[in-house]
Ligand binder design. Structure first.
Ligand code: AMP
Ligand code: ZN
Length: 465
């Protein structure tokens, strides 16, 4: 298996520290709001990578943190007249609702920064003891110049970084590149007791600390959105490697950003969608399909039109499964026939192709094409003359290859059927109101999707074409 490593800027053969096991840390959300579809892309991508590693037989320990103390949390809690703790509790609960809605597998652990204060303080103490960090009036800064590898992840040299940082000179720091690992309490802020007085951790230190505590000093995969390469992950490396003297993460994987209608998503541009909004109208399979339709290292465009076309694509795949299920109920022959054996083997070639694509740096876009080729082959070659064993094997294969992508697992076509019934009802209503144009439009739209309506004395029936 090959994985692109941001650290070396190359695709590398994937090996793990302990054979058969993967320790993976993903930077999670700051829990002050519902999460948006940009976050969803990153979470879906790393959920898929995790599922695929499991599919390939690895035992994966998957840690994704909740940032539950930082400036944004404090501001939002003040705005809402609540405590940072309550705000965190509330949005963690909401996070799970949306994450479950997107079929994200639950992490092995979702640590909260505020629950690791003792470990974070010990980490900072360790850095000071080793001479990598220094205290100034209750703040503690990391001395970037002391860590010779600074800049290695983002591929920037320290002079360039410094030139940028000079704009933001801060008298308390010995060097403009230094960053806070511990922040002294300001009036009204929540704070914890520490050897440097009341204060709270900087953002980067929580991930260094929780990764070490839960996964060990060297982990296999560290991941996050591409905006985190600098400074967040660069700073994590500096802190962790200074403290332990060991490599922090063996593979750094970053997911490119999602744009909306080809623009950066932002509330002011009115192109901001939460996962909650989208899941009201679209199934998780559809959202995941869209998010995985491009390679994770390439920016992805999102729009409602693209979601609609993803929906039609997912339906095509589910239609193949529904046809197989229908055939299965109606054929007589049970066991696979002699002449079908070669054909079944030829279907298993799609599995090999799929694995080849996914093994190449998790190329979900190409893996999805393989799924369509498989569906087409099945639609053409499996019929009422086939045996049940062949039909079932074909269905199992589609579902097996859908699983790492988190799609095609619905037990039957429940959501499609529900939707069609709803549309038929709407059409009946339109006819009662003599709105023939709408009634015809609904019938034609369904027809375009391969669904034919028949008016019978018993009411309207529908069938797949
Ligand atoms: P945040 O809550 O902003 O810290 O983000 C949580 C995760 O979502 C991080 O890994 C971010 O890099 C990622 N993320 C934020 N915005 C986007 C976006 N528009 N596209 C893809 N990933 C994003
Ligand atoms: Zn992080």
């Amino acid at each position: 298996m090959k994985v692109y490593n941001t650290l070396t800027r190359s695709k590398e053969e994937f090996t793990t520290l302990v054979p058969g096991e993967v320790n993976m840390y993903v930077c999670g959300p700051t829990v002050y709001n519902f999460f948006h579809i940009g976050n969803a892309r990153t979470f879906i991508v790393f959920d898929t990578i995790r599922r695929y590693l499991e599919y390939r037989g690895y035992k994966v320990k998957f840690v994704q943190n909740f940032t539950d103390i930082d400036d944004k949390m404090i501001k939002k809690a003040n705005d809402e007249n609540t405590t940072v703790k309550d705000l965190g509790d509330r949005y963690i609960e909401e996070y799970y609702k949306d994450a479950d809605g997107l079929k994200l597998k639950r992490a092995t652990v979702n640590p909260r920064a505020t629950e690791y204060m003792n470990e974070i303080i010990d980490f900072v103490k360790g850095l000071i003891d080793k001479g990598y960090a220094y205290e100034v009036n209750g703040d503690v800064y990391f001395s970037t110049k002391k860590f010779s590898g600074y800049g290695k992840l983002s591929g920037q040299n320290i002079e360039d970084l410094q030139a940028g940082a000079r704009i933001d000179v801060d008298d308390r720091k010995k060097d403009p590149m230094d960053f806070a690992v511990w922040k002294a309490q300001k009036p009204g802020e929540p704070a914890w007791e520490s050897p440097w007085g009341m204060g709270r951790p900087g953002w980067h230190i929580e991930c260094s600390c929780m990764a070490k505590k839960l996964l060990g000093e060297t982990i296999d995969i560290h991941a996050g959105g591409s905006d985190l390469v600098f400074p967040h992950h660069e700073n994590e490396i500096a802190q962790s490697e200074s403290l332990t003297g060991k490599d922090f993460a063996r593979y750094w994987i970053h997911c490119a950003f999602l744009n909306v209608n080809n623009q950066k998503m932002s509330k002011s541009l009115n192109n901001f969608f939460t996962v909650r909004d989208i899941l009201e109208k679209y199934d998780a399979d559809v959202v995941r399909f869209l998010m995985l339709s491009g390679h994770y290292r390439v920016q992805l465009n999102f729009s409602l039109e693209l979601l609609d076309s993803a929906k039609a694509s997912v339906e095509r795949l589910y239609n193949s499964i529904a046809n197989l299920q229908h055939l299965y109920e109606n054929v007589a022959e049970n066991s696979i026939k002699e002449e079908e054996k070669d054909y079944l083997q030829s279907l298993y070639k799609y599995r090999e192709r799929y694995i080849e694509k996914m093994d190449d740096d998790f190329n979900t876009a190409d893996a999805i094409s393989v799924l369509f080729d498989l569906a087409k082959d099945i639609n053409t070659n499996i019929s009422a003359d086939s045996s049940r064993e062949l039909i079932k094997s074909a269905e199992n294969l589609m579902r097996e290859l859908g699983e790492p992508l988190g799609i095609l697992q619905h037990s039957n076509n429940e959501s499609l059927e529900e939707e069609i019934e709803k549309l038929i009802e709407e059409r009946q209503k339109a006819r009662k109101e003599k709105n023939w144009a709408l009634a015809d439009k609904i019938r034609d739209d369904l027809k375009a999707r391969g669904i034919v309506l028949e008016d019978t004395p018993q009411g309207v029936r529908w069938k797949k074409n």
